[in-house]
Design a protein around this ligand. Sequence first.
Ligand code: G1P
Length: 286
Amino acid sequence: MKPVRKAVFPVAGLGTRFLPATKSIPKEMLTIVDKPLIQYAVEEAREAGVEQMIFVTGRGKDALEDHFDIAYELEAVMRGRGKSLEALDSTRSIPGSIVSVRQQEPLGLGHAVWCAREIVGDEPFAVLLPDDLMWGKPGCLRQMVDAYERVGGNIICAQQVAREKTSSYGIITPGRSDGALTEVKGLVEKPKPEEAPSTLGVVGRYILQPEVMRVLDRQESGAGGEIQLTDAMAALIGTQPFHGLTVDAVRYDCGDKAGFVTANIALALERADVGPSVRAFIADLG
Ligand code: G1P
């Protein structure tokens, strides 16, 4: 079984839901406390053993690459002032470990993943959607890689969603369950509540076999007229092992304003530096 060494981060979206904040900065650079969303996702991938991060990016998104580069002037000034560079440690990357390709047109998540096909090559790979901040120990992708090492094939992160919310998610037709692993018998993108096969939703973490790229080569559009990753994955069911993993992690939907603010409060409360003042402020609210 080949190890998961590569991860694809679809980050070409315009982030219109977060305007005006995202007019001139990528939505993935929005911060939860003091760290941009993209960095949480990259750190999660590193913890899971991923060596190469593939950003599927677009125009106006250079800040994402700059963030993992060496900020030479900044470091020189900080050194000159005798300041610690520790806060920059996790933004450093081994040369060559961050690669980017462009998605020239917004044709859907499946299309974004397909844009990385030449770099992914013939290997299993992870996909992380940075909008879904997954907060767990070990991290969500680490838990998925551990399961992958046992059962192989394709593994998607699964969580129960409210019946009235099925039209926001890929939804799984579940088969047999074994602990946290559930066999995936079918997948449908954003079904209406009355048509959803279950309330087991797909959240933004995937471990996929390279054959999914051959399905995406067909460029078939699905729900919303977009080329959907969910449809391409569905075509692999029955040809390869396919499981949903219920991870031990909290999901913050940072593509949504309320979810984004919630993530900021929740993660701030866990921090030794800012937690006490935020907790005191909340207590004062009564
Ligand atoms: C995407 C996927 C969907 C998945 C969701 C998780 O949808 O297409 O299957 O359930 O991410 O966040 P999006 O949120 O980009 O519309």
